[in-house]
Design a protein around this ligand. Structure first.
Ligand SMILES: [Zn+2]
Length: 335
């Protein structure tokens, strides 16, 4: 495989704070010898582990982007033992456009791994992470949220792994993040995720969902910033104490029955609240036909008992949209 076309303007081995770019050459009508400029910050001080902190894997997920822009501006080299690499807008063209996917090639970065140096811009970005940045790190934190189409109860998550030691460390990291909810997450399709590439390289991966709706709130930013701080304390790179939430619940998603997906098109009426508890068989949503009056709505019922972890955000729904995600509360820890 040929080397990545991406080059970094920062020196990953140099001590101190550097703000620069990952430059991806793109030749187009407005700039014959142009480049996509992906901002990167490196904060390094002596020997120690490396944490790779990423946001904007999807361009409309602003909680992580905002928290990492704030961290990149304030983190000082003397606060660090080891190295912190911060990429707040992984899929920079998507973030610039305020969209989940890239306007350059319609690429969904988190469905493009391990990537391809000869692919479009999105696959080239994925390849650079797979072959250059992930191998540099010991710990990776990828900050997601619901974006424009979902609202998600803030949580940090790990995945079931064949390497049980790595699974345990990842879950410890998710608990340390302290979002209030930590999850052993079931992914609908894990094959081309960033997470899978990181885990296959034996690195500790914590992923998160920190709100949604294509915006942020004071509460979601507070959780995001606290979580990033806690993650760096967990890695040992930053000294200090974990800032624990008053209450933290551990939730499992055993299988695909956690996802309630629409088989109709129409207007969504939610009958359960995000963060609320539902019982199996309970009506959790109705879909109304808005082409006529007098029609019965279609009822959607919970496939299992549990906690409402996520909901569709826009009221207009199409067939196949995820309406609700339900997780099973295993344990609640009070501080
Ligand atoms: Zn995302």
């Amino acid at each position: 495989m040929r080397p990545s076309p991406i080059s970094a303007t920062v020196d990953f081995e140099a001590d101190g704070v550097q703000h620069g770019f990952l430059k991806l050459p793109v030749s187009h009508d407005e700039s014959a010898w142009g480049a996509v400029m992906i901002p990167v910050t490196v904060v390094k001080n002596g020997e120690g582990p490396t944490a790779l902190l990423t946001g904007g894997n999807h361009g409309d997920e602003y909680e992580g982007i905002t928290a990492l822009l704030k961290l990149a501006r304030r983190l000082k080299a003397e606060e660090v033992q080891g190295r912190v690499i911060i990429v707040p807008m992984m899929n920079q063209p998507a973030a610039q456009a305020g969209r989940r996917t890239s306007p350059m090639d319609r690429g969904n970065l988190n469905r493009s791994f391990p990537g391809d140096p000869d692919g479009g811009p999105t696959k080239q970005i994925a390849d650079y992470f797979t072959r250059y940045l992930v191998p540099m790190c010991d710990y990776a934190l990828d900050l997601h949220s619901g974006g424009r189409t979902l609202d998600i109860l803030p949580f940090a998550a790990a995945h079931r792994l064949e390497d049980l030691d790595l699974e345990r460390k990842s879950l410890e990291g998710a608990m340390a993040f302290g979002a209030g909810t930590a999850i052993m997450m079931y992914e609908l399709d894990a094959a081309a995720l960033y997470d899978t590439v990181v885990e296959q390289q034996g690195k500790v991966l914590v992923t998160t969902e920190l709100g949604g709706g294509g915006t942020s709130t004071p509460a979601s930013i507070e959780i995001s910033e606290r979580g990033v701080h806690n993650f760096l304390v967990f890695t040992g790179i930053v000294a200090g104490d974990l800032q624990r939430p008053a209450r933290q619940q551990y939730v499992e998603m055993p299988d695909a029955s956690c996802y309630v997906q629409s088989e109709h098109t129409g207007l969504l009426e939610m009958t359960c609240a995000l963060g609320g508890l539902v019982r199996q068989g309970e009506v959790v949503a109705r879909i109304w036909d808005i082409t006529r009056t007098g029609a019965e709505p279609v009822e959607y019922r919970a496939g299992r008992d549990g906690l409402v972890l996520a909901r569709r955000f826009p009221a207009r729904v199409e067939m196949g949209d995820t309406l609700i995600v339900i997780g099973e509360v295993v344990e609640t820890l009070e501080r």
